[in-house]
Design a protein. Structure first.
Length: 362
């Protein structure tokens, strides 16, 4: 399993994206664009690639959108144009030459088992080890990991089928957890995990978390958790449930806490500004930049807001934040002719030029 920084992501026939390639990732990456241009789909693609071998993730990303998968046909929403006879292909390349790929499909009479290599060396499946009845669809899942440039790809596959008890998953033995990268995905409405706050306390990281949160709300002097709720000390006779301090504090805690436990190598945050007062955004961005740099956590965040871009540039302008400039990239996604989504990358100097000349890059 590699934890090297990802440098490139390619997407084909996934959600509303027929084809998309993002290159030049830093440790801190911002995705911009209008509604329904595919920003969230990019985060979901990244999430699926971090969890290769986990067949629950295609279900979870549907749940993130408040869609409960009723049957296999529900996975058709993963495929571009709702074409159930097509397949989606996702791939990520890393700085050390490693590569991860995933193919999703909803074939008839097709599933996955131990692949037998073809004489040509192509180890893609020629037929299924676990068959499904003709006319009935399954979610086909075929993944590949190339640990280094000199290694042969490791390929494995699985299926999700529907039976009388619900969804049933089958995966090649021994591969389900070997290639999972520690990651965390935060939806726009995601709150903190109280059990995670307890883990922070067990690992003696509470003081560090409180120090970060004080930049958002200086009144917070301590934090604890009973496993169900987190409580903050703001100088009252008793601690208050963290929820009482507003959505912004809950969101900030959700973003920062997992990074302190070293159990996340990739963090995805959808609509980073959601629930935060505009005055808190610069402080949060500086915290995330610092954490991503110091702890080598690669972050991918989305936003609709020009204010977030302006705040990011203002933070990067500071002398103490100069070391983060080359580690940050912004990507504007724009839907063009023929429903193609174009990508425009902005490094620090590009972002500076665009903002100073009032160029619309959202």
């Amino acid at each position: 399993m590699t934890t090297s920084r990802w440098t490139e992501l390619s997407i084909q026939n996934f959600r509303g994206l027929s084809e998309l390639r993002l290159e030049g990732f830093g440790t801190f990456n911002v995705l911009l664009g209008a509604n329904d241009v595919g920003k969230t789909s990019v985060l979901e693609a990244i999430f699926l690639l971090t969890g290769l071998g986990n067949l629950q993730l295609p279900i979870r990303i549907q749940n993130f959108r408040n869609f409960i998968v009723p049957d296999i046909e529900g996975f058709g929403f993963l495929l571009h144009g709702l074409d159930s006879d097509s397949h989606a292909t996702l791939a990520a390349h890393s700085a050390d030459g490693s590569r991860r790929t995933l193919e999703l499909s909803t074939p008839r009479d097709a599933s996955i088992g131990d692949p037998d290599p073809h004489p040509s060396g192509d180890r893609r499946l020629s037929q299924s080890a676990f068959s499904t009845p003709m006319g009935r669809r399954a979610l086909g899942y075929t993944a590949s990991v190339k640990p280094t440039t000199s290694d042969d790809p490791i390929e494995f596959s699985g299926t999700l089928t529907m039976n009388s008890d619900g969804l049933e998953q089958k995966i090649d033995p021994g591969h389900a957890s070997e290639h999972i990268l520690p990651s965390r995905y935060l939806t726009p409405n995601a709150s903190y995990d109280a059990k995670l706050i307890s883990d922070v306390a067990v690992h003696k990281k509470t003081a560090e978390l409180v120090e970060y949160l004080q930049t958002i709300n200086p009144a917070v002097t301590d934090l604890t958790s009973d496993g169900n709720l987190a409580y903050a000390d703001i100088g009252l006779p008793t601690m208050l449930p963290l929820n009482m301090l507003g959505t912004g504090m809950s969101r900030a805690t959700a973003m920062i806490a997992p990074c302190l436990l070293d159990d996340s190598r990739i963090l995805m945050i959808d609509e980073v500004e959601n629930g935060l007062h505009y005055r808190a955004i610069p402080s949060l961005l500086e915290i995330l930049l610092r954490i991503s740099y110091e702890r080598n956590i690669q972050m991918f965040i989305t936003t609709h807001s020009r204010t977030v871009l302006e705040d990011l540039y203002a933070v990067l302008q500071r002398e103490e934040c100069e070391l983060y400039r080359e580690k940050s990239s912004s990507y504007a996604l724009q839907r063009e002719q023929n429903d193609i989504v174009g990508v425009y990358r902005y490094g620090y100097s590009d972002l500076e030029y665009a903002l100073k000349h009032d160029i619309e890059i959202r």
